[in-house]
Design a protein around this ligand. Structure first.
Ligand SMILES: N[C@@H](CCC[C@H](N)C(=O)O)C(=O)O
Length: 257
């Protein structure tokens, strides 16, 4: 069967988008999802996202990693899905949608998507790293420089090591640029490689930098390999709410395969 698809990217984190409002996509076919995401044999993407109907909200998001498995929240994917829902005529300039981690509010204007992320009330601080969940699990590790870093080897070591083991985590390496600006490179679970950007990852980094006193600001800029993202939040007694991930979401091409 031929599959119509749309390709989007958000700061270089790229996704195959499928309109599944008619429930025609075989959601349990892991091999098919992995094939569509394959950069040599398929379309090529870090993940695949289904746009589905929701009885109470604008739409539902179903997210798969490039390995073909359904996974936890994808921040850049959520931003791209808002742009795709607009292209499909499902929304105009704002949305409320359900993802695996709950409800998300979003707005879109001139290709820039503001996406509200999960509140965070647990930030685990260790000697060399911070661990927190921003819809997906994130290990955040501060480094003095990440330019010449072997992200894939170092990231995989942490992702598969204790205490994360097989369930794993995403791994973010962070370098401070200035008070409220950080450079981030991320190893993504389920892609099992460095990606050019990770939305839940930069959200985790912004909160981790605030929680450890690396920034006093509640509006942080994150320089990633694929561009620039912003994260804003409200911090009150160790609880982070009103968390927003902000950045571009761009249509690339469409086709059938
Ligand atoms: N690219 C994502 C994160 C996607 C989920 C992640 N790979 C996982 O399985 O935890 C983002 O932009 O947040």
């Amino acid at each position: 069967m031929q599959q119509t698809f749309y390709k989007y990217q958000g700061t270089g984190n790229d996704f195959v988008m499928i309109d599944n409002r008619q429930q025609t996509f075989d959601k349990n076919n892991t091999k098919q999802v992995a094939f569509l995401c394959d950069r040599r044999f398929g379309i090529g993407a870090d993940g695949l996202i289904l746009l589905e109907n929701h009885p109470d909200y604008d739409f539902k998001m179903v997210y798969y990693n490039a390995d073909g498995n359904e996974s936890t929240m994808c921040g850049n994917g959520g931003r791209c899905l808002v742009a795709f829902a607009k292209q499909m005529g499902v929304i105009t300039d704002k949305a409320i949608f359900e993802a695996i981690d709950g409800l998300h509010h979003a707005t879109i204007e001139n290709g820039i998507v503001h996406l509200q992320m999960l509140d965070v009330d647990v930030v685990e601080k260790y000697e060399n790293h911070v661990f927190l969940n921003t819809g997906s699990p994130h290990h955040v590790q501060f480094e003095s420089q990440i330019e010449d870093f072997d992200i894939k080897t170092k990231g995989a070591g942490i992702r598969y090591g204790a205490p994360y083991n097989e369930a794993g985590t995403n791994v973010n390496f962070v370098q401070k640029v200035s008070d409220a600006v950080f450079r981030v490179r991320t190893y993504e679970r389920g892609v099992e490689d460095e990606t050019l950007s990770c939305g839940t990852g930069v959200t985790a980094v912004a909160i981790a930098m605030h929680a450890t006193g690396e920034t006093q600001d509640n509006h942080v800029t994150l320089n990633v390999e694929g561009g620039k993202l912003e994260v804003r939040f409200n911090a009150e007694n160790g609880v982070y709410n009103d968390v927003w991930l902000i950045g571009p979401a761009t249509y690339v091409f469409e086709g059938t395969i």
